[in-house]
Design a protein around this ligand. Structure first.
Ligand code: SAM
Length: 345
């Protein structure tokens, strides 16, 4: 290694060793209200003033603000002997709790829920499964049972799921022309974020969200208003209960929660219920065929190992799952972050 290469290697080593802190820093600054305060103040503020308004120590706040500058969440300007902090565009758009495209619940889920499970990564690797039951307060191995055990954690999970589709929903649905599928069932449709995008893109469509009973209750109460009458909820267990008839079944970030066996079982049930000429639309972050990336698929894959029985898959693995269930003419298109895979009956 040349000296320059060695310096770069050492920097990378240092950065990687501490990178778990980045998630914590981003979430902590958001949770304390730093980004909201700077968004609403309309002018940059000193660390002392930020600390005072957010009731923290000036000493701790200055450390947090400085690292946020290094991470490009904040920017600084100097006026006389004052250092003034302001949001970057990234923070204004995504990091405040009240940002227009806030990712607050996504940051919270990762910095708290995934973070605690990551303490057992070695156990998950050794045993090839989630280690939820090792956490003292949870005895179940089932991710959804753990997540949905209180109304507040269920609601937070649904907010987290919801946030993604304000960023990528339209793009994912535009990957294929779906105008020939007016009757849609979004299986595991959760808060209805993608269903809302679907009905606004296709004005003649109706979407039924099939999800577990507690999700449906919370979805009706907090996420989909009764005026949005083209979206209906259907309570059920997709592995056991009858599947509503539809032209198109949507499975978004759902197959990656399940083993091969369960995916084929679920897809086969959908194939049976599907109207002739209908199809299934799978949306996932897909691995490159040679499994070399993308980074997002590797990270999602690891999160799945920590919390579910599922994994991310390659195009040919998805192809095999859909084919085993009887779907044909399988096509795959790249969207932002996610891939859309359409199979037909
Ligand atoms: C990872 S979330 C994805 C949510 C949503 N599709 C999205 O991407 O925002 C998986 C969804 O599947 C639902 N689900 C899990 N097991 C299910 C089952 N047996 N029957 C119906 N829905 C289920 C969960 O409640 C959850 O809403």
């Amino acid at each position: 290694m040349s000296t320059t290469e060695e310096v770069e290697a050492l920097k990378l080593l240092f950065r990687n060793q501490y990178s778990f802190l980045i998630s914590k820093i981003m979430f902590t600054a958001s949770d304390l209200g730093v980004f909201d305060l700077l968004m609403e103040s309309k002018e940059p503020l000193t660390s002392v003033s930020i600390a005072e308004r957010l009731s923290t120590s000036p000493f701790g706040m200055e450390r947090l603000l400085d690292v946020c500058v290094g991470l490009k969440f904040l920017q600084v300007e100097r006026k006389g002997n004052q250092t003034l902090y302001g949001n970057t565009d990234l923070a204004n758009l995504y990091l405040g709790k009240r940002s227009p495209k806030t990712q607050y619940y996504s940051m919270k889920f990762n910095a708290e829920f995934v973070y605690t499970r990551a303490q057992h990564l070695a156990d998950s690797v050794r045993e090839g499964e989630a280690q939820t039951y090792r956490l003292s307060d949870i005895s179940t191995k089932d991710f959804y049972e753990a997540m949905y055990r209180s109304e507040s954690s269920l609601r937070e999970f649904m907010e987290f799921m919801h946030e993604m589709w304000s960023l990528c929903g339209r793009d994912v649905l535009n990957a294929f022309d779906l105008s020939n599928f007016p009757l849609v069932c979004d299986l595991g449709g959760c808060s209805g974020a993608l269903a809302k995008e679907y009905i606004s893109l296709y004005p003649n469509s109706t979407v039924t969200i099939l999800d577990l009973p507690e999700v449906v209750e919370t979805g009706k109460k907090h996420f989909v208003s009764s005026e949005e009458h083209r979206i209906t909820f259907h309570k059920g267990d997709a592995f056991k209960d009858p599947i509503p008839e539809a032209d198109l079944y949507i499975l978004v970030r759902t197959l990656h929660c399940f083993s091969e066996e369960k995916c084929v079982q679920l897809l086969t049930r959908l194939h049976k219920a599907c109207k002739p000429g209908g199809g299934v639309l799978v949306v996932e972050i897909v691995l490159n065929e040679d499994r070399t990336g993308p980074f997002e698929a590797h990270i999602y894959g690891l999160v799945m190992l920590l919390v579910t029985q599922g994994k991310e898959r390659t195009p040919s693995e998805y192809n095999a799952l859909l084919s085993a269930a009887g779907f044909k003419d399988i096509q795959q298109k790249k969207a932002i972050l996610f891939d859309a895979i359409l199979g037909r009956k």
